[in-house]
Ligand binder design. Sequence first.
Ligand code: URA
Ligand code: SF4
Length: 226
Amino acid sequence: RYDAEPFVPSRAGLKKLREAAAGCRGCPLHEPATQTVFGAGSTDARVVLVGEQPGDQEDRRGEPFVGPAGRLLDKALAEAGIDPGEAYVTNAVKHFKYEQTPERGKRRIHKPPSLREMTACRPWLAAELALVKPELIVALGATAGKALLGPSFRVSRQRGQLLPFPGLGGERARERNEPGTRGEGAAGPDALVATVHPSAALRARDREAVYRGLVADLRVAAEALG
Ligand code: URA
Ligand code: SF4
């Protein structure tokens, strides 16, 4: 069975968590990938942005959203009035899944993670959320939405609204959720805004319209943060 849970240390801070994630073997995606790309940002962040999985450049550099999609995301965040520096940024799946075909030469083509891989990796996301305890989560695209809200999530139907977030929970996640760092017993996020993945605005036929939609949804998140 694919599962990251046995690799997730209890009562660990972000640094310990990141170190442990570097050795995760919870699913086969670690094999062809260069390294684990864990989340980045402060435990004081008010908002957690969740993408799908690292891309080619993220896989090489070990940091989330440092490639083309990340640059577009930063631009959209700035336009919506969210300071990227105040966000904790991570992905639903921590290893780059790709395909390399002879016709494409050396290029590694992104492949979407399966439900099994996404479910296997979720304990890392749960641990990050339990530590950061953001006021709001932003799900970037369908994979993030499904990882956070379940497989019935549909980005087209649920984007751009303030949705209740029931939490990823799990006893172990709660046990790691040590009180005191951000207000006694802070319960963690209970609100989520979903939008499209920024890479959709790089690939779509009507890029400008997709980008406008992304910014509009992020404005809903900005308003919720106040
Ligand atoms: N796309 C994602 O979903 N995450 C990244 O970190 C980069 C691109
Ligand atoms: Fe572990 Fe997630 Fe990487 Fe799979 S994708 S090996 S569960 S960190």
